[in-house]
Design a protein around this ligand. Structure first.
Ligand SMILES: [Zn+2]
Length: 123
């Protein structure tokens, strides 16, 4: 049995869902951890704090920014998704294989979803 800890995550470098090998904690950011993609061996930083906070922090509708694909949402932003009538928090960002910007949002009812941000409509 290997003691190496792996998580499955969509790699922001190669854009594929891949096993991520834990490298270690990020100095000065206790909730962030370095992972290495087992496909492309690129190192990425993931925020591990949000999952623990999911059940603790309640997001109110009033705190939230309405989700729209053209907007840009920094990590930690509270979001309200009108179609789903759900609130969530931005947990990480990535670039999709098609070159789009995406955010991962932990929603209270719908779970973790990937949404497009900074959508350029002029093409
Ligand atoms: Zn990769």
């Amino acid at each position: 049995m290997s003691k190496t800890k792996y998580v499955t995550h969509v790699c922001s470098s190669c854009g594929r869902e891949a096993k991520m090998e834990t490298i270690g904690a990020v100095v000065g950011a206790e909730n962030k951890v370095w992972f290495r993609c087992t496909r492309c061996h690129h190192s990425i930083m993931l925020d591990t704090a949000v999952k623990k906070e999911d059940n603790v922090i309640k997001i109110t509708r009033e705190q939230c920014t309405d989700y729209s694909p053209e907007k840009i949402f920094p990590i930690g932003t509270a979001i309200y998704h009108q179609d789903w009538d759900d609130v969530g928090k931005v947990t990480s960002k990535e670039k999709t294989s098609s070159g789009r910007n995406a955010i991962w949002v932990a929603f209270e009812k719908s779970g973790t979803k990937k949404l497009i941000e900074n959508l350029q409509l002029a093409d």
